[in-house]
Design a protein around this ligand. Structure first.
Ligand code: PLP
Length: 433
């Protein structure tokens, strides 16, 4: 009895509708250590936060955290881009603190869709993009999931296997059914293009396919230009709606236009599509929660209706999005010199990661490790899907104080010239002994 909460107590007594009874029982419940919340089970820990906790609890001075997907410099320190500091200086003082409209800062949305779809994109010129500022990439995905639940009834969301784990939660919480398509081939540590096309060809017309625009998380495996064309063609034939999650534009190749190439391919093929943009990684605005959610429509009239419904979804959820990050992005993308400086700084981050990939592979090969490590340099973006087993991941943590997710995903952003030797040696040990 003591373990059951007040809510179940009330249900048993059949008095749960009465505020008077509830208040009385709550008061007396307090003295009996009962609570309204005694029946609430503890939710499972987020796997990534669990890694950070284990990392923090470890006392080895040379411990390495390769779990979290946030950029670090070669001294393992978080980075604020110089261009962001400059934009902050420019907006300081002039910045008002009023609410933004429900759809966010219009100038920010206009600049964001140009970044994703191209300066001269027909869909923009023709007024066919409905866009709202979102709470970063997660918020964009959540708005899309809610939009699907209301306006694309019966449509399933097709999610790649594997994917960023939160994708499953987001569409589940919105009540949208998910289907899974093959993506990664463990034998080659590359793309399973055949499996992907085979699975998507079983989707129903009207279903939505979630595609990582670039730097697929967690595998670091992206389709080639030709493979994207095949995917686009099949989806057009099957009448499937593409939804691009673009959390790493610029972070994959170092070139924002190249990283948007998959989206541009789909646009050239005449798809209407959806897009989630995040400035967390590519501008380092993680905690500012700055993103944009857009849907390409067939006409300006449709744009007006769709955008009004996006706002109708956002309003009861969070009322309106945060101001600071949107002002920073607007300042940077709206000024040619700052935009160029940003391009250079994103390239600097992407290049550091590409260099670490080359070093890690070289060190493993120099150690004479018998496994193939070509995928380390062939994969792209923040993550390397190393191919090591969960048991080997556990050994890395226990014996070497090196922490990563149990699927063997290495956040390359945590690898530096100072720790790459130790990482290679530890990987060599756990994969050979
Ligand atoms: C594929 C993908 N989508 C979305 C996100 C969400 O990022 P945020 O909400 O911080 O912009 C992430 C972050 O790791 C991601 O990897």
């Amino acid at each position: 009895m003591l373990r059951s909460g007040v809510a179940s107590l009330l249900r048993q007594a059949g008095t749960h509708k009465s505020g008077v009874h509830a208040a009385a029982i709550t008061t007396s419940a307090a003295s009996q250590s009962l609570s309204w919340f005694a029946d609430v089970p503890t939710a499972p820990k987020d796997p990534i936060l669990g890694i950070t906790e284990a990392f923090l609890a470890n006392t080895r001075p040379d411990k390495i955290n390769l779990g979290v997907g946030a950029y670090r410099d070669d001294d393992s320190k978080p980075v604020v881009l110089n261009v962001v500091r400059e934009a902050e200086a420019r907006i300081a003082g002039s910045l008002f603190m009023e609410y933004l409209p429900i759809g966010g800062l219009k100038a920010f949305n206009d600049l964001s869709i140009k970044l994703a779809f191209g300066e001269d994109a027909d869909c923009i010129k023709e007024g066919r993009v409905a866009a709202v500022q979102s709470l970063s990439g997660t918020g964009s995905c959540r708005l899309m999931a809610e939009f699907m639940a209301r306006y694309m009834p019966g449509a399933k969301i097709w999610i790649p296997k594997p994917t960023w784990s939160n994708h499953h939660n987001i569409w589940k919480d919105a009540g949208v059914k998910e289907a899974i398509y093959k993506y990664y081939k463990p034998e080659t540590r590359g793309l399973d293009q055949e499996g992907l096309l085979e699975d998507l060809s079983t989707a129903q017309p009207g279903d939505v396919v979630l595609l990582h625009a670039c730097a697929h998380n967690p595998t670091g495996v992206d389709p080639t230009v030709d493979q994207w064309q095949e995917i686009s063609k099949l989806m057009k034939e099957k009448k499937l709606f593409p939804f691009f999650d673009m959390a790493y534009q610029g972070f994959a190749s170092g070139d924002c236009t190249r990283d948007a190439q998959a989206i541009r391919t789909f646009l050239a093929d005449g798809h209407q599509l959806g897009c989630s943009q995040s400035y967390a990684k590519n501008m380092g605005l993680y905690g500012q929660r700055t993103g944009c959610f857009s849907l390409i429509t067939a006409s300006p009239q449709e744009t007006a209706s769709v955008e009004s419904q996006m706002k109708a979804i956002a309003r009861p959820m969070y009322s309106n999005p945060p101001l600071h990050g949107a002002l920073l992005v607007k300042e940077i993308l709206g000024d040619a010199a700052l935009k160029q400086q940003w391009y250079d700084e994103v390239k600097g981050m992407a290049d550091r990661i590409i260099t670490m990939r080359a070093l890690l592979r070289k060190n493993l090969e120099d150690l004479g490790n018998p496994l193939p490590w070509n995928h380390v340099t062939e994969q792209i973006g923040m993550f390397c899907f190393s191919g090591i087993s969960p048991e080997q991941v556990d050994r890395l943590a226990a014996e070497h104080a090196i922490f990563m997710t149990r699927n063997g995903r290495i956040s390359m952003a945590g690898v530096t010239t100072k720790n790459v030797d130790r990482l290679a040696q530890a990987l060599h040990q756990v994969t050979t002994a």
